[in-house]
Design a protein around this ligand. Sequence first.
Ligand SMILES: Cc1ncc(COP(=O)(O)O)c(C=O)c1O
Length: 484
Amino acid sequence: MSTHETPSIRTTRAGTAYADAARDHLWMSFTRQSTYEPTDSGGAGGSVPIIVKGEGAYIWDDRGRKYIDGLAGLFTVQVGHGREELAEAAAKQARELAFFPLWSYAHPRAIELAERLAADAPGDLNRVFFTTGGGEAVESAWKLAKQYFKLTGKPGKYKVISRSIAYHGTPQGALSITGIPDAKIPFEPLVPGGVKVPNTNLYRAPEHLRENPKAFGRYAADRIAEAIEFEGPDSVAAVFLEPVQNSGGCFPPPPGYFERVREICDEYDVLLVSDEVICAFGRIGSMFASTDFGYQPDIITVAKGMTSGYSPIGAMIASDRLFEPFRHGHEMFAHGYTFGGHPVSAAVAMANLDIFEREGLNQHVKDNAPAFRATLDKLLDLPLVGDVRGEGYFYGIELVKDKTTRETFNDEESERLLRGFLSKALFDAGLYCRADDRGDPVIQLAPPLIIGQPEFDDIEQRLRSVLTEAENHVETPPVKYRHL
Ligand SMILES: Cc1ncc(COP(=O)(O)O)c(C=O)c1O
């Protein structure tokens, strides 16, 4: 089944086919636009996929084709698509108070949501600073860390340690924390002070540690202590870590990792920021994934799943200790966003969290995650599948050239396999997910939290058929055809 052959059947108000208007006017995020430019101007002549409808775990394109949403939009639509009550919550709030900022004033929905997040957040994380998305939450957390140390007599502490290949967003501070060179190079010089340490990719761990996750966890955590020592403890403000690192393909923390990181942060007075933009709101099984892994952060950053994507919002949730200097005198956190804590988004977040409670979604994830994992593990019999890893409803499937040696693909092979074949083939097979090559090539899965065994089987079957076919696309072509 090919998705991109027939012209789009819907048109804009101006009478242009959606795909043509998208090609001519829409500048998409992280998108190679040449894919959609006409062939006579050097493009690949593809047609922008246009999604027009969602229901439960499924989405439909403008040609009426149905896909299982294996990525919850973008790690976001936790409760599934088409929830009438979330649309209602938005409409009701827009009628009552469509907008008011949180600049020295407040509104009921932001207050209620802040109280609810504080109640669910671990320990004394009781202060909620709203943003409109995840990158802004990360940006806010770094700024808070810097100002906090200025106010408490350690003004030299400004650097941030984060992990290789980790993604933390696109504002220039968040990008400096990000560990993906290709995402950063075009915008350098970035905010100074971003320091990188190894991530927790057990599959690619030093060979002597691969069979001993605990030792690997200790090794990886100790790299943070080493970096702090190297940079100078008086210059390091915070460590930013995802509970399960997304970019690179789902790296869960090895046993003991966060325990050791917490110890290190305490020893050097460095803040531990848990970037839960993906992992919070049931993705791993609890409201906050730091709870799943049993560690206490100083700040949690969230966004995406807070409203299941029905309206944009993000937040930085900080500890009482970090708020303390701001309670007195003239001090303030001179930072904010017009739309931070937007009333409509806050109302939708409340209604979304009501669904979580009513339907026991977190428990559903905890109960079903082992079956999801076991179903995906079946793919390990395919020659291309090197590793299946993740937690909860969040998995990465790493593709390799040679399973025995774990040899990965070079850039050209990866390009041909992922961009040239897999991305489109998976979509054509009715599975919306992500083939990612920001680290080693992986397929990423993070479906809505409502699915169960029938959908696990469906996903596995679709992946199986496409990955079986993909083997025909990994052979290196004869030299004369390369670079065409
Ligand atoms: C861990 C993490 N942090 C931050 C961000 C940035 O969030 P946003 O795209 O809402 O700015 C993302 C986005 O995927 C993310 O995965």
